[in-house]
Design a protein around this ligand. Structure first.
Ligand SMILES: [Zn+2]
Length: 592
């Protein structure tokens, strides 16, 4: 990856030497106050950017009490008091007056789905509508902009959230009459928030060849009114009849159109990430074609945030064929790295997909689902070792977590590997039997959890697991941390919003969306939580020498917060604003 600032290495080297001198001065009294510059010392090279007059949450135990940061090119060159850092300012330096605000390391999303997140911005979002009329209104606006015959996609509606339902509704969902009126010629497909149903207009039904006589597919329902007419609601597999036609339509487009859409997807996801203080993003799974596309964007300096992409393809054959060619670790100011593989052992708890040690209390015949077989994951593990990749396996249920720990342990033992050096991860690590908690630290396995999930899922966990198992196994962050495990935090966006402050708040408070507390003894301290969003995530991607703390020599990935994360009353953490997001020394987001 090219350095957009040209050759600044020499300039920062001289500055780094000076910083060592400053540190040495201040070591004696363990403060950075007024170390000053001796006359004999060379003047530092001017900084491109200085932030001063704030509170530096360095996340570096060596740097305490700093108020200012100097940046040259894409690199932090000095962190200290205003007096120390002022020496780096000349007429060309951009100076940001923090006025007491906090500067922290750029936040790192530890587990999200970058391209799906971008797509969610491209289609109509129906998450926040109050009633069906609003959905129809949003579709009507999209129809105005659409080409004749173009498909219109939306997602996120949920009839339980509406303030009113039309009188002629069937199973709580309206007829598609008004939708067909506003969009007579453009097929419309609106996914339910749960993913388990879709709502379509007549043009979409016609495109899929669904009429009054079409039989329900196996595992799905074409919902009908009393006269036998399809209402537009398609449950489970029935939505595929229409989705398939929509995908075929999308596939007909020219390569240029497809590329433009992908590019927009990246830019939209990046824009949202930056607005939430995210400077790096661990993308939990893209195929090789998508990685190729991201490479072209990186080469054109167009990636808005740094991406650590996990390879996610179905077969081990494809991995064996391509892993060697795709491995990419971080170089100079890199925006794209590929050195990990994603696997998924079970599903999610809400849909009874998490693999459990004991049956679901509300579905006593079921222990959940196994998605990627353990044999398949074990073969992937061997490929990961052969080609120098990290393995990141999705495990939500307590059985899934145990099996993945067993599998990792078996592979480490058989192939004489040191787990601590491999840094393999379990994604989500939600429900863990107490007997397995300490095994994360023992095996060097990272728990990549999502703080915000505890707030969203906490209220209904007991309906699946019962009170006792919920209390004993769910989101045991404190126990994991106390046993020595490394915790990496995130949101699983677009499953949850990318809002890091909301996730951090859940992490430190264990307060649920209902306002009640959920096993609050498992909460983390604010320092532990911020580490789980910065230096820990850097470590979880083998990049702790490059990012994750405000330390001279590291990349200048920084975020300016409106308030002191460590000092505001706890319930105000979600209100902390992102004022500035800086990636590689470049201001990429500024709050209006
Ligand atoms: Zn995910």
């Amino acid at each position: 990856m090219s350095n957009v600032f040209g050759s600044s290495v020499l300039r920062w080297m001289s500055a780094a030497v000076l910083f060592v001198a400053l540190q040495a001065c201040s070591d004696g009294d363990n403060s950075l106050a007024d170390a000053g510059l001796a006359e004999s010392q060379p003047m530092p090279s001017p900084a491109d950017l200085v932030l001063r007059g704030g509170i530096v949450a360095s996340m570096d135990p060596q740097i305490v009490g700093a108020t200012a940061v100097a940046v040259v090119g894409h690199t932090i060159v000095a962190v200290g008091t205003d007096a120390e850092v002022d020496h780096y300012i000349n007429t060309d330096t951009e100076v940001v007056e923090l006025a007491g605000r906090m500067v922290a390391p750029g936040l790192i999303e530890g587990h999200g789905h970058f391209m799906s997140f971008g797509r969610a911005q491209q289609i109509i979002n129906l998450n926040d509508i109050d009633n069906w009329g609003q959905a129809v209104g949003r579709v009507a606006m999209a129809v105005d902009r659409a080409q004749p015959g173009e498909w219109i996609f939306g997602r996120g509606w949920h009839q339980e959230k509406w303030d009113q339902v039309p009188l002629d509704a069937v199973e709580g969902v309206p007829l598609n009459r008004t939708l067909s009126q506003v969009s007579p010629n453009n097929p419309v497909l609106l996914g339910h928030a749960s993913g388990h149903a879709a709502f379509v207009n007549d043009a979409a039904l016609a495109a899929a060849g669904i009429d009054d006589k079409t039989a329900d597919p196996a595992g799905g329902t074409i919902v009908r009114d009393q006269t036998g007419r399809a209402t537009g609601l398609l449950r489970e597999t029935a939505q595929r009849l229409v989705a398939k036609r929509g995908a075929e339509y999308q596939a007909q487009r020219s390569e240029a159109e497809v590329t433009a859409e992908l590019r927009q997807r990246v830019l939209l996801a990046g824009e949202e990430a930056l607005a939430h203080g995210i400077t790096s993003f661990h993308d939990a799974g893209e195929d090789f074609a998508t990685i190729d596309f991201l490479k072209t964007m990186e080469a054109a300096d167009e990636l808005p945030v740094r991406l650590n992409v996990m390879v996610r393809v179905d077969t081990n054959e494809e991995l064996a064929e391509k892993l060697a060619a795709y491995r990419e670790t971080a170089q100079d100011n890199d925006f794209l790295t590929v050195r990990s593989i994603k696997r998924q052992v079970d599903g999610a708890l809400g849909a009874h997909g998490a693999w459990l040690l004991a049956p679901y209390v509300d579905m006593p015949q079921s222990y959940g689902l196994v998605l990627d077989s353990l044999a398949k994951v074990e073969e992937t593990a061997r490929l990961a070792l052969k080609y120098g990749y990290q393995l990141n396996t999705h495990a939500i249920g307590d059985r899934a977590n145990r099996e993945v720990l067993n599998l990792y342990q078996r592979v480490f033992t058989e192939l004489e590997q040191e787990g601590q050096a491999l840094r393999w991860r379990i994604e989500h690590a939600q429900h863990i039997d107490p007997e397995d908690v300490s095994r994360f630290a023992e095996l060097g396995v990272i728990a990549a959890f999502q703080g915000i999930h505890s707030a969203s899922d906490g209220p209904w966990l007991a309906t699946r697991l019962g009170m006792e198992r919920t209390a004993r196994t769910s989101y045991p962050w404190r126990d994991l941390l106390d046993s020595g495990a490394l915790l990496a935090n995130g949101t699983d966006v677009p499953v949850e919003p990318i809002d890091a402050m909301a996730s951090l708040y859940a992490t430190v408070s264990r307060r649920m969306s209902t306002g009640e507390l959920f096993n609050p003894e498992q909460a983390l301290t604010r320092a532990e939580a911020l580490a789980s969003y910065t230096i820990n995530n850097a470590y979880a991607a083998f990049e702790e020498d490059l990012k994750g703390s405000v330390t001279p020599g590291k990349w200048a990935d920084l975020v300016v917060l409106s308030d002191d994360f460590f000092a505001v009353p706890e319930q105000q953490i979600p209100d902390i604003q992102i004022d500035l997001t800086i990636v590689g020394g470049e201001v990429r987001y500024r709050r209006q």
